[in-house]
Design a protein around this ligand. Structure first.
Ligand code: NAP
Length: 285
């Protein structure tokens, strides 16, 4: 081993030791990504909240697999940075605060024009994190959470499903994936978790209702994912440790993107109205 390599190893080991001491563990993440090729070729997909975290990973995965994608968010600089990361040939930014439901029709038109045709699938991902909990919840927090994490999603979905009705050919499905949370599977005492129960219920209800129109609706319930919503996980850098689930590591946004890909592709056509939990075992009884 060269001297340079030896010292690099020492530095890495020291960094791991410091991180382990500071954050209480140091996990290695072992995952693999099935090679799906261009499984989404020809799909035109709208991902709300695609400028960071889970939405960004989903947008990136979809483009890799052949789709054209519009990502949304409130901050145009963040959106542009995400487009630069994903690649501007197949990913298009659309600045839009999802809670502004009056803009839905206009924004769907804009999205279709960016994608060059009708939308084939929607991922309802945009969301904000809780800042107040039981005992301290006020109406401002209630409205902030409900307007983005539920109202925006509901009216967008309703408008798009109405547009789709009668337009879908018998050899095609259109798809919707709603991002819920592990919080939608355990008792809820504050708006963020209550909303995630609503999202799960909506997914089941729409799954049943829309399938006859050839629209398949499913959901994903992530556990603790390494995004800005879990600031501690970003501060920990390469240390993936958490004591918040049985696998003792945070989940990566890319792992959620894999599930979204499966559900949106024809591989998932027999799954209807389900919310798939990806939480490292947190919700197990
Ligand atoms: N991270 C977790 O542990 C976790 C666990 C369970 C579920 N989830 C859910 O996963 C989804 C994505 O969260 P994340 O963890 O990836 O967080 P994130 O990195 O903060 O991403 C949130 C995304 O939503 C966008 N957004 C927020 N408010 C919006 C609004 N009013 N209109 C349009 N876009 C908006 C953000 O962009 P702008 O800020 O620019 O608007 C950003 O692109 C959320 O629904 C969240 O509840 C996350």
């Amino acid at each position: 081993m060269s001297k340079r390599r030896f010292f690099k190893r020492i530095r890495q080991a020291l960094r791991c030791a410091v991180q382990g001491y500071r954050y209480g563990g140091n996990s290695t993440v072992r995952i693999s990504y099935p090679a799906y090729g261009e499984i989404l070729a020809g799909k035109r997909i709208l991902v709300t909240g695609g400028s960071s975290g889970i939405g960004l990973a989903i947008g990136k995965k979809f483009v890799e697999c052949g789709a054209d994608v519009v990502i949304t968010g409130r901050n145009s600089d963040k959106l542009q940075a995400a487009v630069n990361e994903i690649g501007k040939d197949h990913c298009f930014p659309m600045t839009w605060d999802i809670s502004r439901t009056a803009e839905i029709g206009k924004k769907l038109d804009e999205c279709e024009s960016l994608l060059g045709g009708e939308i084939s699938a929607l991922v309802n991902n945009a969301g904000v994190a809780p800042s107040k909990f039981w005992g301290n919840v006020d109406e401002e927090e209630w409205d902030r959470i409900y307007s983005t994490n539920l109202k925006g999603m509901f009216f967008l979905t309703q408008t798009l499903a109405k547009r789709w009705k009668g337009q879908i050919s018998p050899d095609e499905y259109r798809k919707i994936v709603n991002i819920s949370s592990q919080g939608g599977f355990v008792g809820a005492t504050y708006p963020y978790r209550m909303v995630k129960w609503d999202v799960r219920g909506l997914t089941e209800g729409l799954g049943k209702t829309l399938v006859k129109d050839r629209i398949i609706v499913n959901g994903i319930a992530p556990g603790v994912v390494k995004t800005s919503m879990q600031q501690f996980s970003l501060q920990q850098g390469e240390n993936f440790y958490t004591d918040q689930n049985p696998i003792e590591r945070v989940i990566l946004p890319e792992e959620i993107a894999e599930l979204a890909l499966f559900l949106l592709s024809d591989a998932g056509n027999a799954i209807v109205g389900q919310t798939i939990v990806c939480d490292g075992g947190y919700t197990l009884k």
